[in-house]
Design a protein around this ligand. Sequence first.
Ligand code: PGA
Length: 234
Amino acid sequence: MKIITEKTAQAASARAFDIVNGLSKQEQLKVLGLATGSTPLGLYKLIRESDLDFSQCTSVNLDEYVGLKSTDPQSYHYFMQKHLFSAKPFKESFFPDGVNPDAAAVTREYDRVLAQHPIDLQVLGIGQNGHIGFNEPGTSFDSHTHHVALTESTIKANARFFDNPDQVPRYAYTMGIASIMAAKRIILLAFGKEKAAAVRQTVKGPVTPTVPASILQRHSDVTLVLDKAAASRL
Ligand code: PGA
């Protein structure tokens, strides 16, 4: 694992941008894997303000809530539209189909999308419990796209985006750990002291499903991009 630490989240986002920019300029970014949450917002801002052109590039997002339409302001589809796609449209952008309650059909279809569009670079955040995507502790390392019940800690962490915690969806469709590990390159961004314990377990702990991100120790091209607070327990 390569680890980049900067003093601030803003400076770290600039380093993450340099990686995206470099790959894009070398035409090595045909498929970009994207994440939602507050962590990648600085990176997405830098991309919006850049001269990067994704019109020949495909995006695949890690996950989507079950039950929210793409036009719902809380959906991850809407989030990406607002923070990235409105300024930088991709040739095609894929998400698991959150409005289809047929989990088997949704996950099969998304695995087909991922097989057809191998990810050149996957952007990841990390949960305080070490989750990546919505792969909560205990998820099998062999998992592909699947339907998940969110843990209480994730529901609590995500409640800040909703008017009321009761509105946080309880289920999501997410790429699995094997789907993420299939990406050619991965950058994991983590900012703030709340992430320091998860970052430590990811880097220094045993590789265990109890800390889903710890599997990244076994990937050949992972870069952790951290601010000082998130790196404080390394
Ligand atoms: P955050 O979420 O970027 O909003 O902290 C990250 C995650 O839960 O994966």
